[in-house]
Design a protein around this ligand. Sequence first.
Ligand code: G1P
Length: 293
Amino acid sequence: MNAAGTHANRVRKVVFPVAGLGTRFLPATKVVAKEMLPVLDRPLIQYAVDEAVDAGADTLVFVTNRYKHAIADYFDSAYELEETLERAGKHELLSLIQGLLPPHVRCVYVTQEQALGLGHAVLCAKPVIGDEPFGVILPDDLIVGEGGSALRQMVDLAAVEDAGVLAVEEVPREDTGKYGIVDVGGAHDSAAAIRHVVEKPQPEHAPSNLAIVGRYVLPARIFELLEGTRPGAGGEIQLTDAIDALIAESKVLACRFAGTRFDCGNKSGLVRATLHFAMQDPALAKVAREFMA
Ligand code: G1P
């Protein structure tokens, strides 16, 4: 806390890169944005946004493409639907759709004109973020935190350590080519200083099997570094490469959050997440158990 009694490092803004095409879920994603795919009755983006709000965010920045209006429509008020529910006396449903976001939270939409990579998507949010630390959530990675959301755990760590923070998790060695991989120089606790990060290394070149899993707390300095980042793995401007440059000049920690991640960027992860939430609901848990028996 500074002399004015405010948290200088508080993360108020969270960026959601949501311009991707979601080809793994075609044909559904021909018309449905992948972030709108439901886990039970809530779209993936709702879980991500709830996590940001839990972490203290009041400004949600969606980096989208010009074809994707579903997310803005979802968070917008639906006057006709609301009036119909009101007239029908369906007050519970009405407050459900009116309460998708707390009143103090606002949404900002930024267009990524060309699909040049995750780093480029984050850079598109620069004019909205300005000069403060911010969070990034990739909604494909649905994380059920223990004792607070994953992003909250990271934001707390970032404030205490005055550092950037990346969420990490061990993945099978053969999967390193799907992730940004961190090098923390051997065994470590729940938080460790990162020495190096590399995007999607093949297993034989990976410095570890500790993968970045879709949550970041970063200083605004990352934007200048992104501006100087050349296309990397897959010919894309990679956030990981800019973070590697950041590590050379300031502290960035790997955080093994307490919680469970579901990789909803693929079908098996979406099934697991759906089963996880179904098992929390006694009636659905019964249905699931009977079906599996
Ligand atoms: C992105 C990042 C990668 C990270 C991954 C987590 O990759 O570039 O560093 O490990 O998200 O889900 P993508 O899944 O977009 O290829």
